[in-house]
Design a protein around this ligand. Structure first.
Ligand code: AMP
Length: 392
């Protein structure tokens, strides 16, 4: 399929107001360039077309232009793949139309993803472009976990089911965790806790995802930076009927003014930790609610998997907050989960071999379940999947 013989992949993550890019060389996994074009629509960068042209200019200035024969493919992050897209997909016109049809399921994300794809195809029509979907890794979740217990006809008519998100991260981290344990992914059961500004948990059995905490949208599940995660759906009716709030008001409340931010006024775990150190009660309560939800999911996924070999923490909070990791798993010795206080302490210095992974264990020697910190790399995962597809 790929007759250019290039080994480089440009990864594009087109969000509503920014475009992030990374150029990777798949011959050795090295990162040749990366950057972000922000505030699209606010200043000189008037739209996504201008933003992508700026990306092309920045790369050209580094001698890494889009016209390079070294470029094998462009890998696009696409948030929602619905039930159709369960694999990385080579993009042609009909695929773009199908991603556009999924916009009602991801009104904030898919439009920007589609624009990014269209502009990149205009810039290099001859180059294979691959869509890698955030939902794809979760497409293996069995029906009993994917379906909500609502009227089936209504659910099917409107595509209402659990799709899950952060899939490239859960795929990458679950594999990297197996690697850290020196095992094949098919041999291990892993609970992945992706704790960034958005947060999600997944249960991965032998490399196959069997449950995840995000649902129809990224709103369900864990407490996040600004999203509520799980609530009684009747809260929405109550706010509408008694609070007089509109659907859009409630949408904004639950997605943008809830979670850690709604609870204590800060969505950054560093700031919350600092305030807790000063005895701030609302920051402490926000932390406790966040951790309580996390523990519930660890317990639930332990039951779903039956046997857990590893729990992996990743993303901004998961990789950097010993306090969250320690609190979420404290007192779970009866489940075979023991975090080593020294290895999990903020001052602990890890020796990372040059060019090596900084994935590391924080469990004690007697812990039956390995507890790991595994830095995620969504761009590398997108590039790997896109490259594998164009290599045939
Ligand atoms: P992400 O979405 O993965 O980029 O994660 C962003 C979030 O990670 C921030 O909002 C912070 O809450 C959290 N974070 C980043 N660095 C640290 C740190 N050193 N300690 C605690 N939390 C952190």
């Amino acid at each position: 399929m790929n007759d250019t013989r290039g080994t480089r992949v440009l990864v594009l993550n087109s969000g509503s107001s920014s475009v992030k890019y990374q150029l990777l060389d798949m011959a050795d996994g090295s990162r040749l360039s990366s950057g972000i074009v922000e505030r699209i629509g606010e200043g000189p960068v008037t739209d996504h077309s201008a933003a992508l042209k700026q990306v092309a200019d920045e790369l050209a200035a580094q001698g890494l232009g889009l016209d390079s024969p070294e470029l094998a493919a462009v890998g696009h992050r696409v948030v929602h793949g619905g039930t159709r897209f369960t694999e990385p997909t080579l993009i042609y016109d009909e695929v773009v139309e199908a991603i556009e049809k999924l916009i009602p399921l991801a009104p904030l994300h898919n439009p920007a993803n589609v624009t990014g794809i269209k502009v990149a195809r205009e810039l290099r029509p001859d180059l294979p472009q691959v869509a890698v979907f955030d939902t794809a890794f979760h497409s293996t979740i069995p029906e009993e976990a994917a379906r909500y217990a609502i009227d089936t006809a209504t659910a099917d008519e409107h595509g209402v089911r659990r799709y899950g998100f952060h899939g490239t991260s859960h795929a990458y981290v679950s594999r990297a965790t197996a690697e850290l344990l020196g095992k094949d992914p098919s041999e291990v059961n892993v609970i992945v806790l992706h704790l960034g500004n958005g947060a999600s948990a997944s249960a991965v059995r032998g490399g196959v995802c069997v449950d995840t905490s995000m649902g129809l949208t990224p709103l369900e599940g864990l407490v996040m930076g600004t999203r509520s995660g799980d609530i009684d759906p009747a809260v929405i009716f109550h706010l509408a009927r008694v609070g007089g709030m509109s659907t859009d008001d409630i949408d904004a409340l639950l997605n943008k003014r809830s979670g850690l931010l709604g609870l204590c006024g800060d969505n950054d775990m560093r700031e919350i930790a600092r305030r807790m150190g000063e005895g701030d009660e609302s920051a402490q309560l926000a932390f406790d609610i966040y951790v309580h939800r996390l523990r519930k999911y660890v317990g639930a996924y332990t039951a779903v998997l039956g046997r857990v070999d590893a729990i992996a923490f990743t993303a901004g909070v998961g990789e950097n907050s010993p306090a969250v990791r320690g609190a979420a798993l404290s007192g779970l010795g009866a489940l075979g989960i023991e975090v080593d206080a020294v290895r999990n302490s903020p001052g602990y210095r890890w020796e990372v071999p040059p060019g090596g992974s900084s994935a590391r264990l924080i469990s004690g020697p007697s812990s039956r379940v390995a507890v790991a910190v595994v830095p995620t790399d969504e761009e590398l995962e997108i590039a790997t999947q896109a490259y594998a597809l164009v290599q045939g």
